[in-house]
Ligand binder design. Structure first.
Ligand code: DOR
Ligand code: ZN
Length: 398
């Protein structure tokens, strides 16, 4: 492994702003200071910003079984090109990820690619049958999160039992909050009701509960209220719910909402009430999209969308953005990452914040070229991504 010196860079994380040099030895952040001199590869960071690389708690890599939409290799490559080096994969694959066999398949394949740290979520009910939680007993501590993402667990007793088991095993239950009986009538009621249901079960079981892709004002209000009462709740918001509304027609679940919801989510982020940004990267083929599959291929556009929308337009600090894209998701997942500190693994991303460019979905690395952000002008171009000091993506010469 090559040692690396990045010079004259704007180094920013959740709690610091520093302009100077950073030296990485054996993949670990070794020294931060001014005028460092080392006999190793040097990157000129002048005019660029260095952040901890991003951590995405909500990603679909579709492997095994749906690899015509994405696989671990293309997903990993797409992730690092978006500045991400840790991803938490959802269980709605084919077969559904319900046992350690599927978990180990994914982890081994991910390690072979070696670009990103992969965590694999296991389903809340066995094969998404909505009833059986016996498989949870057999999971080992490689599994940090269980989730039925793609749908919710409709039976509240089953959800309660799963939360009790998760509490026992110190796992997080990640909730896709949706009442499927009501979705046809009103997707908003459907999300709100199950957000409230999932919160009340979290309060009862005291299980660590993470509410995925919050999209409505009311759901966010329930979460804010729950947090104020000390309930063990965290939540995520997706870039598309921050930047878009139902003015544009684009199918994603939960759907794009009203301007009032969007504004409320942005304000909640500014107040520090949203724990993290998660992409819900959901790649689909063109044909599947035409046939109505919901989802956005979002991992390559997440940073520029959030930076443009939150920092440039809504004056969120870059420290706060770094917090919700790196530090908080690391803390929730219990991983020692997300900050630029001596002794930490050098998982970093170098960005040209002032670079304005047009998103081109047909040039995505992901197999999913499905994006409502196609042709949108954004700021913030990912120039280089480091994983444990290794260059895993670069779009610059050095
Ligand atoms: O839009 C979505 N797509 N929402 C989900 O919950 C699932 C995801 C997918 O797997 O395609
Ligand atoms: Zn979901």
């Amino acid at each position: 492994m090559e040692n690396l010196l990045i010079k004259n860079v704007n180094l920013i994380d959740c709690s610091q702003n520093f302009c100077g040099d950073i030296y990485i030895e054996d993949g670990i952040i070794n020294e931060i200071g001014m005028d460092l001199r080392k006999d190793c590869k040097v990157i000129n960071g002048r005019g660029l910003t260095l952040l901890p690389s991003f951590i995405d708690m909500h990603v679909h890599f579709r492997d095994p079984g749906l690899t015509y939409k994405e696989d671990i290799k293309t997903g990993s490559r797409a992730a690092v090109s978006g500045g991400y080096t840790t991803v938490n994969l959802m269980a709605n694959t084919k077969p559904v990820c319900s046992t350690m066999k599927e978990v180990n398949y994914v982890l081994e394949k991910g390690e072979k690619e070696g670009l990103v740290d992969i965590h694999q979520t296991v389903s809340i009910t066995k094969n998404f049958d909505g009833k059986d939680t016996s498989h949870i007993d057999k999971l080992d501590n490689k599994v940090k999160v269980i989730s039925e993402d793609g749908k919710d667990v409709m039976n509240s007793k089953v959800m309660m039992e799963a939360m009790m088991k998760a509490k026992e095993k110190d796992m997080i239950v990640m909730c896709h909050s949706e009442n499927h009986d009501l979705t046809i009538d009103d997707t908003r009621l459907s999300e709100n009701m199950m957000t409230w249901r999932n919160i009340t079960l979290a309060q009862f079981t005291k299980c660590k509960t993470h509410i995925a892709h919050v999209s409505t004002k009311e759901a966010m209000e329930y979460i804010i209220d729950a947090k104020s009462k000390g309930i063990n709740i965290t939540c995520e918001v997706a870039p598309h719910h921050i930047a878009l509304t139902d003015d544009i027609k684009y199918r994603v679940n939960p759907p794009l909402r009203k301007e009032e919801d969007r504004e409320f989510l942005v304000e909640s982020i500014k107040k520090g009430l949203v724990d993290c940004i998660a992409t819900d990267h959901a790649p689909h083929t063109k044909e599947d999209k035409l046939n109505g599959s919901p989802g956005i291929s979002g991992i390559e556009t997440s940073f520029p969308i959030c930076y443009t929308e939150l920092v440039r337009k809504n004056s969120l600090s870059l420290n706060m953005l770094s917090k919700i894209m790196s530090k908080n998701p690391a803390d929730i997942m219990g991983i020692n990452k997300g900050e630029i500190k001596i002794g930490k693994e050098a998982d970093l991303v170098l960005i040209d914040l002032d670079k304005k460019y047009k998103i081109e979905a047909d040039k995505f690395i992901s197999k999913g070229k499905n994006s409502p952000f196609d042709e949108m002008e954004v700021y913030g171009k990912i120039k280089c991504t480091l994983k444990k000091g290794n260059i895993v993506y670069k779009d610059m010469d050095f």
